[in-house]
Design a protein around this ligand. Structure first.
Ligand SMILES: Cc1cc2nc3c(=O)[nH]c(=O)nc-3n(C[C@H](O)[C@H](O)[C@H](O)COP(=O)(O)OP(=O)(O)OC[C@H]3O[C@@H](n4cnc5c(N)ncnc54)[C@H](O)[C@@H]3O)c2cc1C
Length: 479
């Protein structure tokens, strides 16, 4: 965190109405601050956590969103945003589809589901990795995979799956983000499960998630926005220029807004481009990211019995375009018009300059892949499809990222601009909805009171069970 100017003239302006922008707006509202406004380029709030109802009465997220809360205070806020009856509670049942088998997540604990020779290779690799582990360098994500999981699991699952998600080779990525996202193997447990041929699943009574009964994930953010002063949330204002010296933002519709402090949650490279600062633009050109394509498939009838209770499924193999499929009508029956007659799946497909996507055939390829893996009977079961492309999908945790971020975020702070959120701070490890909300909340606290921000500067702390950090003590109140 660098020195931050206080008492800058003008209002606090928030750019972007996703979870980060709404987190900032929420704090400013409860703190009774009057001098602020939020500008959103789109026609509604939610950002990547927005949901859409298509013309046929089906609800879709931008890829299956599940709330993982790392903050007690965020959990309590969710409790207040909707009545208990408005939430549906699910066991997190996730599976991997590989070699025409279903393997429960986490993969390494359930290799008994694989053909014996393949399972043996996975175990052998894991034993070798465990014996060598302490002296192996983990300089990049590729080294991490091999030294933690061994060649067997790395070759079969970890490397191909992660390439499909990230759309960049693991050699270009760091492993620092893995923390609570990648379950590390326990050799004794893996061996015992293999010998006893028992499923060892990560779901169970304490591994549940909640999902809105109506309106998809976006309804969480709609609910929050409805409690904020509507005159301060200004939609359809796409920022196109940032004059740092004059402290003015210009919008595509020709209007302008002066600011004292700016909390921006739009992608950092865009913010820098809008400032026309050539040095910063050159630095920001090194930021790596991938796009995500989402294909929603509305289906007749009901899922087969094998699929019925599955929440989401991972697909590491290259013959299907998608890396993950969400059983979205299982999240809420109201995601389809009549659950007695219809159901829905949602597939995610990554894209990068090195992993292009053929958009002309993507929907057909997705349907073919779903049929090939036995999730659907075939194209005749499809009622219609819905698709969405998020140009900014995943901020890549690549080698050299932190140095670039320091060269951008800190100088911006010194002129009273806090760039925060999934692509504002470009940190995947604190890029979920809860993290983003808290990044906005903490940035607004800093703007008002000068208090330190935790999330953006301490991902490793907030992602572990952490001691009560200031905000966790707050008794969240709604307006
Ligand atoms: C496929 C996928 C799956 C995900 N799954 C999960 C999950 O299961 N659980 C979870 O917690 N999180 C999940 N996430 C992450 C979640 O969507 C993000 O954490 C969250 O939306 C980030 O919030 P944000 O406000 O930082 O950014 P965004 O949601 O990107 O919001 C930024 C806002 O800025 C606006 N904007 C952009 N440019 C301009 C401009 N020039 N002028 C004005 N406004 C502008 C955008 O329209 C947008 O509304 C997922 C994300 C993706 C892509």
């Amino acid at each position: 965190m660098s020195e931050f100017p206080r008492n800058l003239d003008g209002p606090i302006i928030i750019l972007g109405g996703g979870p980060t922008g709404l987190g900032a707006a929420y704090l400013l509202t409860v703190a009774n601050c009057k001098d602020w406004l939020l500008y959103e380029g789109d026609d509604d709030v939610g950002g990547l956590a927005r949901s859409f109802c298509d013309g046929n009465g089906y609800t879709w997220d931008i890829g299956g969103h599940v709330v993982f809360s790392h903050y007690d205070s965020f959990t309590r806020l969710l409790d207040k945003l909707a009545e208990p009856s408005e939430w549906l509670l699910h066991e997190r049942e996730s599976w991997i589809r590989i070699l025409s088998q279903w393997v429960p997540y986490p993969f390494q604990n359930n290799i008994h589901r694989l053909p014996p020779k393949v399972a043996g290779k996975c175990l052998e690799g894991l034993i070798e990795a465990t014996l060598k582990n302490s002296d192996r360098p983990k300089t990049n994500f590729e080294d991490f995979m091999v030294s933690v999981f061994g060649h067997g699991i790395a070759d079969l699952f970890m490397r191909p799956y992660n390439y499909k998600v990230w759309a960049y080779p693991a050699t270009e990525m760091v492993a620092s983000w893995t923390g609570d996202r990648v379950a590390t193997p326990d050799l004794k447990r893996v061996a015992r499960n293999l010998v006893e041929a028992t499923d060892d699943v990560s779901w169970g009574p304490n591994n549940t998630f909640r999902f809105p009964r109506f309106g998809g994930t976006g309804s969480i953010w709609q609910s929050l926005a409805s409690r904020l002063p509507s005159e301060k949330l200004i939609m359809n204002h796409e920022a196109v220029e940032l004059d740092i010296d004059a402290r003015v933002i210009k919008f595509a519709n020709g209007t302008e807004q002066k600011f004292g402090i700016l909390i921006s949650s739009i992608p950092l490279d865009l913010l820098v481009k809008f400032s026309r600062n050539k040095d910063m633009m050159a630095i920001a050109s090194g930021l790596m990211r991938s796009a995500v394509n989402v294909v929603g498939v509305a289906l007749k009838g009901a899922p087969n019995s094998e699929l019925a209770s599955k929440c989401w499924m991972y697909f590491p193999e290259s013959h299907t375009p998608f890396y993950r499929v969400t059983h979205f009508s299982h999240y809420s029956p109201n995601n389809v018009p009549d659950i007695g007659k219809q159901w829905s799946l949602m597939a995610e497909i990554s894209e990068s300059p090195g992993k292009p996507v053929n958009h002309a055939t993507l929907v057909d390829d997705t349907i073919k892949g779903l049929a090939m893996e036995g999730l659907i009977e075939g194209p005749k079961q499809v009622i219609h499809t819905w698709d969405f492309r998020a140009e900014y999908g995943y901020p890549t945790p690549y080698k050299g990222r932190d140095e670039i971020l320091a060269k951008l975020l800190l100088p911006l702070e010194r002129v009273g601009i806090l760039s925060r959120g999934r692509f504002g701070a470009w940190l995947y490890e604190v890029g979920n909805m809860d993290h983003s909300f808290m990044q906005g909340f903490e940035a607004a606290c800093r703007a008002l009171f000068g208090s330190p921000e935790f999330t953006v500067w301490n991902p490793h702390v907030v992602n572990r069970p952490h001691p009560v950090l200031g905000w966790d003590r707050l008794n969240w109140r709604l307006i």
